[in-house]
Write a protein that binds this ligand. Structure first.
Ligand code: SF4
Ligand code: SF4
Length: 267
């Protein structure tokens, strides 16, 4: 049986749990069709960039320079935003008369609409996700009679893999040590940008620098990193955990360790 949606204390927000339902239907027959794809701010996650650049058959560098702007967040880490067009309506570069031209690889923010996460640290720890339905006056889809079960909707929209990938990114962005002091070192900002967003450049860094002479990486893993962007992204996060958070998730070659110890004069 469907549970009724719970009201929060401020009485204005209805929070939905996994068993709840919400009304929504978006289709080309609505007068608002594609209106939501104009003049909006869409923050792109690293996994959004990975999917979008591959959908467009562009390198990460080409995609980032053509379609995004980068800012620095309060914690000093880079934030990537989708650049809207310069037309009067500031249209998303991927919107067409028939809808989204990269629909199967659209970013998380577009997938999750009309839901908005209401997850707190407590609910996150308990492994539970809650959402509210956004209040967008021009969106005719919100006035539909058609209802969706929240859990099924999340699955249908292909969201779980985005959440899985975002959880990896959060190991860096929500790390207590990093959030205590703002990162101002431009080299670190650049390192995070390359590893998280500019994956093709990170691949060249791994394959073409002395990286593999310094770190022990299994040959099969090296082969996978040459072609599998998701494996490369996972590896990039490990590299950041190692380099920024001093976590022993990568193994330095013994010969490199020995040379380093000798250089520092330690036994
Ligand atoms: S129904 Fe809502 S989501 Fe669909 S096109 Fe209209 S405004 Fe956008
Ligand atoms: S990426 Fe697609 S769904 Fe998202 S705003 Fe652009 S056109 Fe709309």
């Amino acid at each position: 049986m469907t549970k009724p949606a719970a009201k929060t204390q401020n009485k204005r927000l209805t929070v939905l749990g996994p068993q709840d339902e919400f009304p929504f239907e978006c289709h080309a027959g609505l007068p608002c069709f594609t209106r939501c794809c104009r003049d909006i701010t869409i923050f792109l996650t690293p996994y959004d960039v990975l999917r979008m650049k591959n959908a467009l058959h562009r390198s990460s560098g080409e995609f980032l320079s053509a379609y995004t702007v980068t800012m620095i967040g309060d914690n000093g880490l880079p934030i990537v935003v989708l650049k809207m067009g310069e037309d009067e309506e500031k249209s998303c570069p991927f919107v067409t008369n028939r809808g989204c031209s990269i629909y199967s690889d659209r970013p998380w923010a577009c997938r999750i609409y009309p839901l908005k996460p209401e997850t707190t640290k407590i609910t996150e720890k308990a492994g539970k996700s809650y959402y509210s339905v956004m209040d967008v006056p021009f969106c005719g889809g919100l006035r539909s009679e058609k209802v969706h079960g929240l859990s099924a909707w999340i699955e249908q929209q292909g969201i779980p893999v985005y959440h899985e990938m975002e959880a990896l990114f959060k190991k860096i962005t929500t790390n207590e040590r990093l959030s205590q002091e703002k990162i101002t070192n431009k080299k670190i900002q650049e390192m995070v940008y390359m590893a998280c967003y500019d994956l093709d450049r990170f691949r060249r860094f791994v394959m073409e620098s002395t990286f593999l002479e310094r770190f022990e990486v299994e040959p099969e893993a090296v082969e996978r990193l040459k072609t599998d962007d998701t494996a490369l992204y996972r590896f990039a996060i490990q590299w950041l955990e190692y380099g920024l958070l001093a976590q022993h998730v990568l193994k330095v070659r013994p010969s490199v360790m020995a040379a380093k110890k000798q250089e520092l004069g330690v036994e």
